[in-house]
Write a protein that binds this ligand. Structure first.
Ligand code: ZN
Length: 407
């Protein structure tokens, strides 16, 4: 297969993108405020004609790249969004590389590659600007790993920054394991779960461990709640619209012979549909209240909203799959059979506008993706060779989607 022109142009950027990625990798920042990363992105974009907006509540960078071709008469001008998240994780890096981080944080999820890929895509689109009869919004986003920078950026006007609402939004994510080297993977519709947190406290009445009849012991009641919740999850939902509940924290008491006043737990709740989330919240309260009441106790239940489910729009997904096949050949595309139960805050964008999200295998070519360290591991290794691929895919998505126009 001869090299696609967008891939050839991206390959010419390989050394620059690799150098940028390694600089970012050495100095990861965490959360909503990434001043060093933001400045580095601004420096990289300085020689490109963009309308730049900086975030107020976070150190985001939004660039609008105006295409040079006129909009056909009587049509609206398409706006396409491309996203790269920028934040690292509180992980002490154990990878033996000259550019390994030493500041106690780590780009263990490969977001350094996402930044470099989006810078690369911006350069490719700048080279092709005259053929674009539409505009591209470049979204450099902090805090994907929490507390959700995409939601803040949407609230700050991201989707209307080009003067018209974004028509389609695209993002990709590198995997240090599981997906074979330089292979792409995604699926239409449900791709990643929504994640919410549940906190439950059972209120009892403490006392001496030898006289439980004089107390209200919340510990066995909380244990009963844990089991009742697992039963509820398997009985109240259609198995083809999955719900997962993991109690990750359980706590009560201070010593073997003391009955405590309270016992509490925290759980993560994963769903794919708003309907199931609503039902789950209602049923959790009912189970907790019912089990507590059966033992003469009360309980409080609190929910904190995390990220919604990431759902690929079928048409935008189809374009993404076609672009992978056209750029890299059909063998490099793998349609996933099942969604992931992980979550991703790009869903705040894709809840508002149609979009597509793809995974890219970035474990080193000599590594076995089945046994390589996963994303978020202190030993996760991501290969720079995927950077031109990622930049080419993002740029080509914008070029093709603009050509399709506004329906
Ligand atoms: Zn990530």
């Amino acid at each position: 297969m001869s090299l696609h022109p967008t891939v050839a142009a991206a390959n010419a950027l390989a050394d620059d993108l690799s150098a940028l990625r390694r600089d970012l990798h050495e100095a990861p920042e965490i959360g909503l405020h990434l001043p060093g990363t933001q400045q580095r992105v601004l420096n990289e974009l300085a020689d490109i004609d963009l309308e730049i907006t900086l975030g107020k509540g976070l150190s985001s960078v939004v660039g609008v790249l105006r295409g040079g071709a006129p909009t056909p008469v009587g049509q609206e001008r398409p706006v396409v969004l491309l996203r790269g998240d920028m934040d690292g994780l509180p992980v002490d890096e154990e990878v033996d590389a000259p550019y390994a981080s030493t500041n106690g944080a780590m780009h263990a999820c490969g977001h350094d590659l996402h930044v470099a890929a989006l810078v690369g895509a911006t350069r490719l689109l700048d080279q092709r600007r005259e053929e674009l009869a539409g505009d591209v919004v470049l979204m450099f986003q902090p805090a994907e790993e929490g507390p959700g920078g995409a939601e803040v950026m949407v609230a700050e006007g991201l989707l209307d920054v080009a003067g018209r609402r974004v028509d389609a939004a695209y993002a990709m994510h590198v995997f240090s394991s599981e997906v074979p080297h330089r292979h792409w993977s995604s699926r239409p519709k449900e791709l990643m779960a929504g994640a919410d947190t549940v906190k439950i406290t059972v209120h009892g009445e403490g006392g001496h461990g030898s006289t439980p009849f004089r107390c209200l012991d919340p510990v066995p009641v909380l244990c009963e709640i844990v089991l009742a919740l697992q039963t509820m999850v398997t009985r109240r939902f259609d198995v083809f619209d999955p719900v997962l509940l993991t109690v990750g924290l359980i706590r009560g008491g201070s010593k073997d012979n003391i009955i405590s006043d309270e016992a509490d737990l925290a759980a993560t709740l994963r769903t794919f549909s708003a309907h199931n989330l609503e039902v789950a919240m209602r049923e959790i309260v009912r189970v907790v209240d019912g089990v507590s009441a059966a033992h003469g106790m009360t309980a409080t239940v609190g929910f904190s909203e995390g990220y919604p489910a990431t759902i690929n729009d079928p048409d935008e997904y189809a374009l993404g799959e076609q672009v992978v096949k056209d750029l890299f050949g059909p063998d490099r595309m793998e349609v996933r059979e099942f969604p992931e139960m992980g979550s991703e805050d790009m869903s705040f964008v894709m809840n508002e506008v149609p979009g597509a999200y793809f995974f890219l295998g970035a474990c080193p070519p000599e590594a076995d993706p089945d046994t390589a360290a996963d994303n978020h591991s202190a030993r996760a290794v991501f290969d720079d060779m995927v950077l031109p691929d990622a930049a080419a895919w993002l740029a080509e998505m914008a070029i093709r989607r603009i050509r399709l126009g506004v329906s």
